[in-house]
Design a protein. Structure first.
Length: 217
């Protein structure tokens, strides 16, 4: 059910929520490993990267496949692959800009909390013209733990000046939304096609639901 978000503070995920980028991320590990000549046991490794940060994924790939590079070098290469997509072709989701304008007019203080590194978030949101609506950008890389733990949401709310019950968290990923919900946040479910298998589960825990194409409701 779509309701009128009445919280004073809002935390937005980026990938799959604000921008339509999950297809690029889903292909990133495969693209990188193919470049490194890895073709076997790829799917098992990719499944392990679903809930971790880019540096953690880089370390996993180096260890799993004995790659002739450091984890830092692998991370840098994958960063550049995604940076190119963010610089050129990752689109904003339909209706997002108008919705952010509305919240801004209503006096809602907003930020972004993403698994993606801050530099990539900055590149993408700046190109799309929506960075201006956010007080700050926060990455799980800075916090040191992904969204399987509530740390990034708690820190974001603290910086915004709000408490969990005063703060809406906009997420497309079920596991991340569940983490925010368990930490006492108001959860808004955002539909994203690559995550559709978990959509019913996400709706089941959300306080508010934005189905496909309903960002402006």
């Amino acid at each position: 059910m779509v309701k009128s978000m009445d919280k004073r503070f809002a935390i937005f995920d980026m990938d799959g929520t604000l921008v339509d980028s999950m297809g690029y991320w889903k292909n990133l590990g495969r693209e990188y490993l193919a470049k490194m000549g890895v073709t076997e046991n790829v799917e098992d490794a990719l499944r392990k990267t679903l809930m971790i940060t880019l540096p953690e994924a880089a370390e996993l790939f180096v260890n799993e496949f004995n790659l002739p590079v450091t984890a830092e070098e692998a991370n840098n290469e994958m960063f550049e692959i995604m940076a190119e997509h963010y610089r050129k072709d990752v689109p904003v989701k339909e209706g997002v800009t108008e919705y952010l304008k509305k919240l801004k007019r209503d006096g809602v203080k907003m930020c972004v909390a993403s698994n993606t590194g801050e530099a990539l978030v900055d590149k993408c949101l700046t190109r799309l013209g929506i960075k201006q609506y956010f007080e700050f950008l926060l990455s799980c890389e800075e916090i040191g733990v992904g969204k399987s733990e509530p740390d990034v949401y708690i820190e974001a709310a603290k910086r915004l000046g709000g408490k969990p019950h005063e703060t809406a968290v906009f997420e497309d990923a079920f596991f991340a939304a569940r983490t925010a919900k368990n930490a006492g946040f108001y959860v808004v479910a955002i539909y994203d096609e690559p995550a559709k298998k978990k959509w019913d589960s996400l709706c089941g825990i959300a306080d508010e639901v934005f189905p496909k194409g309903k960002w402006l409701c």
